[in-house]
Design a protein around this ligand. Structure first.
Ligand code: GAR
Length: 198
């Protein structure tokens, strides 16, 4: 059974979509651990409720990113795929290299448009008519790794960050479990910047 670790920073609805896909029998994987970088977040409650081991590795309690990451790494032993689900920290090149091809992220825009922490706001300010979400392998840049799946979402007149993000989230909850399923089934091959789906 493929073992996943899911890393979150907050609400955890993307995490929930993965838990639900597993519970429905659509995704043949097991979440070994849910890790957060912040205490008392909903993601921890969701994991607890689903009977999944969960732990906060509080970034504030570590003097450096290296110390923080070494604590994360201790909790990732035996994990096949690390899934970033609303994890709002940049991981070091060392960490990323260690999990090359086994580290996924979801981002709420159609990359390479609007990388970074304010994708919805940036998309609205730019005035695009279509945005969406992207699941990608993580490389050493910010939201720049090889793209696995994307879904497009229309931007409506009068959209706010809240309304747009809610519409995009619906698609995130569909494509993230799908992308993980492709990984679990061994159907993803990274060739340069391309992800070939067999
Ligand atoms: C999601 O929209 C995800 O795409 C985004 O954070 C949200 C997490 O929601 N991730 C990023 O912006 C990463 N740069 P959730 O906590 O309800 O899953």
């Amino acid at each position: 059974m493929t073992k996943l670790a899911v890393l979150c920073s907050g609400r955890g609805t993307d995490l929930q979509s993965i838990i639900d896909a597993i519970q429905r029998g659509e995704l043949n994987a097991e979440i070994s651990i849910v890790l957060t970088d912040k205490p008392n977040v909903m993601a921890l409650e969701r994991a607890e409720k689903a009977g999944i081991k969960n732990l906060c590795v509080d970034r504030k309690k570590f003097a450096s990113r290296a110390d923080f990451e070494s604590e994360l790494l201790k909790n990732l032993e035996g994990v096949d795929l690390v899934v970033l689900a609303g994890f709002m920290r940049i991981l070091s090149p060392d960490f990323v290299r260690r999990y090359e091809g086994r580290l996924m992220n979801i981002h709420p825009s159609l990359l390479p448009a609007f990388p970074g922490a304010h994708a919805h706001r940036d998309a609205l300010n730019y005035g695009v008519k279509v945005s969406g979400c992207t699941v990608h392998f993580v490389d050493e840049g910010t939201d720049s790794g090889p793209i696995i799946l994307q879904a497009a979402v229309e931007v409506h007149e009068g959209d706010t960050e809240e309304t747009l993000s809610a519409r995009i989230l619906e698609q995130e909850h569909i494509i993230y479990p799908k992308a993980i399923k492709l990984f679990v089934e061994g159907r993803l091959k990274i060739v340069g910047r391309q992800v070939i789906i067999n």
